[in-house]
Design a protein around this ligand. Structure first.
Ligand SMILES: Cc1cc2nc3c(=O)[nH]c(=O)nc-3n(C[C@H](O)[C@H](O)[C@H](O)COP(=O)(O)OP(=O)(O)OC[C@H]3O[C@@H](n4cnc5c(N)ncnc54)[C@H](O)[C@@H]3O)c2cc1C
Length: 453
């Protein structure tokens, strides 16, 4: 079977890996006009290998560790050295309290002690225990679930910075089922959300996040190397259109005919690729909006800046009026990213509907972000070296109704373009393990095509 994989991000590469596993490996060509790895890029920054996109993957979802194990690099995986996040709220930095599930409290005492929520806000959250049950729509937004049960302070000061931060979007639009399934499950299974959260199985022991010591790019490099050994070809070519042919073959323009294709591009690109051949799928794909973000990597002199011990970074509540949406203490999480004299911070900006950061020239952007960092950490220090990475349309927005939209897209594609399967961050999870799982699943769904079957 000849298969085209369109997009060489982690989802496309995982699809190529799955297609070449087993006794009858497919003949695979990966089309990728940009750097392989897509949103996973590790670059040299002041002589150290530093991630300028994703810097770790969640360990609990098995597909990340599983792929690293298959590639023989599981022993290279390390956990961040610092774990506890801070939150900037009301102009002050405070540690996130214990007992949170995606920002929602399973316990009230740590919440009260945290100072993030006012005593009146904690009382409002406690009302959840006595409020009558809520009748939920099929797919409520995250803000609706949390706001209804715990009140607006918990929704705005804890859950929105966490869940909204992960997806670079506003929780008033994000689907609870698709972006916070634990919250959705807890809300549906119990009258009280607090009790529902307490009843969730506790997370397994061990690190929450992992990454290869040499950076996330190591996973990509090792995967590309192993794919090469399996005979997979790589073409630095952008695919412009995919059309179904008589007999079930798939024309991948401008390259040629294949038995099947995996489309592992962002939804906006997939929209155009299948516009002519699967117009209904294309229409639905167009409805998946995405957010652009900017990530500035800053190097400071250690003598001029300090971060609180054991902390991994800062989340910023949307109401704080800052351009910075988060700041990750790179050298605290990954000590090998810098040396004794240097501290590396990664500062993010940009959210769905807010493209200010994307539009600013580098100098202005760096200036504003370094002032945000200085204000949050109470320092006058400024970075002596920096790099700006612009990630356009990087975070698909799983808005209310997302899951059924994906089902409609896949049904339309099966009907109109049966040799093509979709994969990637736009579908069922934008975290790296979910993208790996989606690539492998897309590959499995194509098995049996070609060679006259
Ligand atoms: C700054 C940042 C930080 C992140 N941090 C984390 C993190 O710490 N942990 C985590 O789990 N996730 C993180 N993510 C999310 C995660 O990195 C992505 O969701 C994931 O890597 C997406 O993989 P993908 O293969 O679906 O898409 P992509 O990586 O976007 O790959 C799609 C590829 O398709 C290619 N393409 C586009 N058009 C065409 C065309 N016409 N023809 C052929 N190819 C085409 C693109 O060039 C691209 O390489 C982060 C994302 C960003 C941007």
């Amino acid at each position: 079977m000849r298969v085209a994989v369109v997009g060489g991000g982690i989802a496309g590469l995982a699809a190529a890996w799955e297609l070449t596993c087993g006794p009858q490996p497919a003949d695979v060509t990966v089309f990728e006009p940009g750097p392989l790895g897509g949103r996973i890029q590790t670059e040299t920054f002041l002589g150290h290998r530093v991630d300028t996109g994703a810097d770790a993957f969640i360990a609990r979802v098995p597909d990340g560790v599983g792929l690293a194990t298959e590639l023989g690099i599981e022993e290279e995986l390390i956990a961040p050295a610092a774990r506890r996040a801070l939150i900037l709220v009301g102009g002050r930095l405070r540690p996130l309290p214990d007992g949170l599930v995606l920002g929602a409290p399973a316990r009230l005492r740590p919440l009260l002690r945290s100072g993030i929520i006012s005593p009146a806000g904690v009382l409002r959250a406690a009302l959840d225990l006595v409020l009558p049950p809520t009748t939920w729509p099929e797919d409520p937004s995250v803000a609706r679930v949390v706001g209804r049960r715990f009140g607006s302070q918990v929704a705005e000061r804890l859950v929105d910075p966490l869940v909204g931060g992960i997806h670079a979007g506003g929780t008033e639009h994000l689907s609870a089922e698709s972006t916070a399934p634990q919250l959705a499950r807890a809300a549906r299974s119990h009258r009280s959300l607090l009790l529902g959260l307490r009843a969730l199985p506790s997370p397994p022991d061990g690190p929450l996040f992992l990454a290869p010591r040499a950076g996330m790019g190591r996973l990509v490099d090792r995967l590309v190397e192993a794919l090469g050994q399996r005979g997979v070809r790589f073409e630095t070519l952008a695919v412009s259109r995919i059309i179904g042919e008589k007999g079930g073959a798939v024309m991948v323009e401008p390259f040629g005919a294949f038995d099947a294709a995996v489309v592992a591009t962002p939804a906006g690109v997939a929209t155009d690729l299948v516009l002519d051949s699967a117009p209904d799928a294309s229409d639905e794909l167009r409805g998946i909006r995405s957010a652009s973000v900017v990530l500035a990597t800053f190097a400071y002199r250690r003598s001029e800046i300090a971060v609180p011990d054991g902390t991994s970074g800062i989340l910023v509540a949307a109401g704080e009026g800052r351009l910075m949406t988060a700041c990750s203490f790179g050298s605290a999480k990954w000590p090998h990213w810098s040396d004794r004299d240097t501290m590396v911070l990664r500062v993010s900006a940009g959210r769905a509907g807010d493209e200010r950061a994307l539009q600013l020239p580098d100098d202005d952007l760096v200036d504003q972000l370094q002032r945000d960092v200085a204000g949050a950490l109470g320092t006058t220090a400024s970075p002596f070296h920096w790099r700006v990475s612009r990630w356009r349309e990087a975070f698909p927005q799983y808005e209310v109704g997302h899951r059924t939209r994906v089902e409609r897209i896949e049904a339309a594609l099966r009907r109109d373009l049966p040799g093509v399967a979709l994969a990637g961050a736009s579908l069922r999870g934008s975290g790296i393990p979910a993208c790996i799982a989606s690539g492998r699943q897309a590959a499995r769904s194509l098995r049996g095509r070609g060679s006259g079957t």
